[in-house]
Design a protein around this ligand. Structure first.
Ligand code: ZN
Ligand code: ZN
Length: 259
C-alpha cells in the first residue's frame, strides 16, 4: 500500500451529500481497511457549500489512525470558479490542501464525454496550448498546493501533432517557481486513455526539475479509494520516486510513499 491519497470526492458531484459522518465515515473505514495513512478530501469548488471543517474534525476524533486533510479542487469553471477562488481565500487557514485543475478550454468541459463533438471545432494543438496556459494561470494564482491530472487533455486520446515538450517544460517551470507539487493519478486508467496522469515523460521532466509529487486515485465513492494503487506503486518504483508530498495547513512534508 502507498501512504497517501490526495484527491477524493465524497460528495460525488451531488448536492445531497454534504459533509456529515454519514458521508465521510465510509471513506474512513475504507482507508483503515486498506492501510491508507493520509487522505485528502478534495471535492470540486462548485460543491464548496457541502464542505464542513467541523465534520472533518469529528472524523479525525473517531479515526485517529488516519490523517484526514481538508481540501478542495479549485478549477477554471467559467461559471463557478470566481466564487470558488473567493471561498478558498476566505477558508485558507482551515484548508490543508488545495488542488488546482483545468477542466475547461474554450469554455467547454473537455473532459466530459457529453462535449466530445466540441473537439472537431478546434485545432488540437491549439487546444493543448490553451490548456497548458490555463494550467500556468492557476499555478500562478497563489491559491493552490498541487496541480491535478496535469495532462488531462489526453483523456479521449486526441494527441497533439506538434512536439510540445517546450510548453510542458515551461509549464513545469511555472509550477516549480510557485513551489507547487504535481499529482500522479490513477484516474486516467479508468478513462478512455487508459493510463496514469501524467505521462511518464512529464513525470520524468518534473523529477529532473526537482518538483515534488502528490499521489491520488480521484475516487468518487469510498469503495474506489486508492483504485489501481498497485499500478501506481509499480510506476513509482520504476521511475525511482522515493518521496511524495503530504500537506498540513499548506505546509509540505516529503515522506516515503511505501508503507
Ligand atoms: Zn479534476
Ligand atoms: Zn477530481
Amino acid at each position: 500500500m502507498l501512504v497517501a491519497d490526495y484527491h477524493n470526492h465524497p460528495q460525488a458531484h451531488r448536492t445531497d451529500l454534504p459533509y456529515s459522518l454519514k458521508t465521510l465515515e465510509p471513506w474512513a473505514k475504507r482507508a483503515v481497511e486498506l492501510g491508507l495513512k493520509d487522505l485528502a478530501f478534495t471535492d470540486h469548488d462548485r460543491y464548496k457549500d457541502g464542505v464542513s471543517f467541523e465534520e472533518i474534525e469529528n472524523l479525525r476524533a473517531l479515526y485517529p489512525q488516519v490523517k484526514f486533510r481538508a481540501g478542495i479542487e479549485l478549477d477554471n469553471d467559467p461559471e463557478t470558479s470566481a466564487e470558488g477562488r473567493k471561498w478558498v481565500e476566505k477558508n485558507w487557514d482551515n484548508l490543508d490542501f488545495v488542488l488546482g485543475s483545468v477542466h475547461f478550454v474554450k469554455d467547454f468541459a473537455f473532459d466530459h464525454p457529453h462535449y466530445i463533438a466540441e473537439y472537431d471545432k478546434y485545432d488540437i494543438n491549439d487546444l493543448y496550448k490553451e490548456y497548458y496556459k490555463n494550467i500556468q494561470q492557476i499555478a500562478k494564482s497563489g491559491l493552490v498546493d498541487s496541480m491535478a491530472h496535469l495532462d488531462l487533455i489526453k483523456i479521449f486520446k486526441f494527441f497533439p501533432t506538434e512536439n510540445l515538450d517546450e510548453l510542458y517544460s515551461e509549464t513545469l517551470d511555472v509550477i516549480k517557481d510557485a513551489d507547487l507539487s504535481i499529482e500522479i493519478s490513477t484516474a486516467g486508467i479508468r478513462k478512455p486513455i487508459g493510463n496514469i496522469y501524467p505521462d511518464n515523460k512529464i513525470i520524468e521532466m518534473a523529477k529532473s526539475k526537482d518538483i515534488s509529487f502528490t499521489i491520488a486515485g480521484d475516487a468518487h465513492a469510498a469503495h474506489d479509494l486508492s483504485h489501481n494503487y498497485d499500478k501506481l506503486e509499480k510506476l513509482l518504483r520504476d521511475l525511482d520516486i522515493q518521496e511524495v508530498a503530504i500537506y498540513h495547513k499548506h505546509q509540505k512534508t516529503l515522506v516515503n510513499p511505501f508503507v
